[in-house]
Design a protein around this ligand. Structure first.
Ligand code: ADP
Ligand code: MG
Length: 263
């Protein structure tokens, strides 16, 4: 069974896409079978995986609207290490089309049923809003990973986001949990970032990942190389941080699995 994780935060520019792409690449590097789904019409996760969003035959539009099977719409990232379902501006139309359908919130969940045994991890890169696409991601996911920057007001936004996720889960997916909160673009020399980070740990305890993603130029420039940072500079602090996040995720899921067995 695949573990499906939605990467979401309705705020833009917090590192969702960077996390989705680099986590997918890191999990693939640990020999996990990975599917990355780009649900953002901006197609940044698609381009960041080295796939040209202007030159793809299929996107999540074909998956969600035309109900093409996953195996017919996947692309590989440039190095063939993980699978991708691409997005581009067509996906904006998908969101509108979805409105017409019965059970429109669970289209993604239903389409992923057929590939549960083909992947270890399915990551979903969400758009920076709480639209029907994001609701589809939440309905399909086992858990939500929330990237955030340790800034002023960040906690307020996060508390609101958590409440929204809880309410959404009640309606479309009672089993949905918070996978974890990831501190991104972290600068340890910034006192405010340290303060916010401390408050975050007080509020959310061990939901906050131990791994911190530092601000790192390699992560920012990776999309212009059309590849996750770890494919061209494995030794960069950014690439290492995402590898360690992958390790933390694997350990946590193993701990959960063994807790379930013993309970
Ligand atoms: P989102 O998907 O939440 O909108 P992105 O992942 O696209 O956010 O990140 C926003 C911008 O910040 C991008 O230009 C990205 O390259 C840059 N960025 C993200 N994470 C880092 C990081 N750890 N260090 C430096 N730049 C980063
Ligand atoms: Mg994004």
């Amino acid at each position: 069974m695949a573990t499906t994780i939605a990467i979401a935060n309705q705020k833009g520019g917090v590192g969702k896409t960077t996390t989705a792409v680099n986590l997918a690449a890191s999990m693939a590097a640990t020999r996990r079978k990975v599917l990355l789904i780009d649900l953002d019409p901006q197609g940044n996760a698609t381009m960041g995986s080295g796939v040209d969003k202007y030159d793809v035959d299929n996107t999540v539009y074909e998956l969600l609207v035309e109900e093409k099977p996953v195996k017919d719409v996947v692309e590989s990232d440039t190095t063939g290490k993980y699978h991708l379902i691409a997005a581009n501006s067509d996906v904006t139309a998908a969101e509108i089309k979805l409105m017409e359908f019965f059970a429109r919130e669970v289209r993604l969940r239903n389409s992923l049923k057929a590939v549960q045994d083909d992947y270890d991890f399915i990551f979903i890169d969400c758009p920076p809003s709480l639209n029907l696409l994001t609701v589809n991601a939440m309905a399909a996911a086992d858990s939500v990973l929330v990237p955030m920057q340790c800034e002023y007001y960040a906690l307020e936004g996060l508390t609101a986001l958590m409440e929204t996720i809880r309410q959404l889960a009640e309606v479309v997916n009672p089993g949905l949990s918070i996978e974890g909160i990831l501190r991104t673009m972290y600068d340890p020399r910034n006192r405010l970032a340290n303060d916010v980070s401390e408050q975050l740990k007080q509020h959310f305890g061990d939901k906050v990942y131990r791994t911190v993603i530092p601000r790192n130029v390699r992560l920012a420039e990776a999309p212009s190389f059309g590849a996750p940072a770890m494919y061209y500079d494995k030794s960069s602090t950014g690439a290492k941080a995402y590898l360690s996040l992958a390790g933390e995720l694997i350990r946590r899921s193993e701990q959960r699995a063994s807790a379930e067995v013993s309970s």
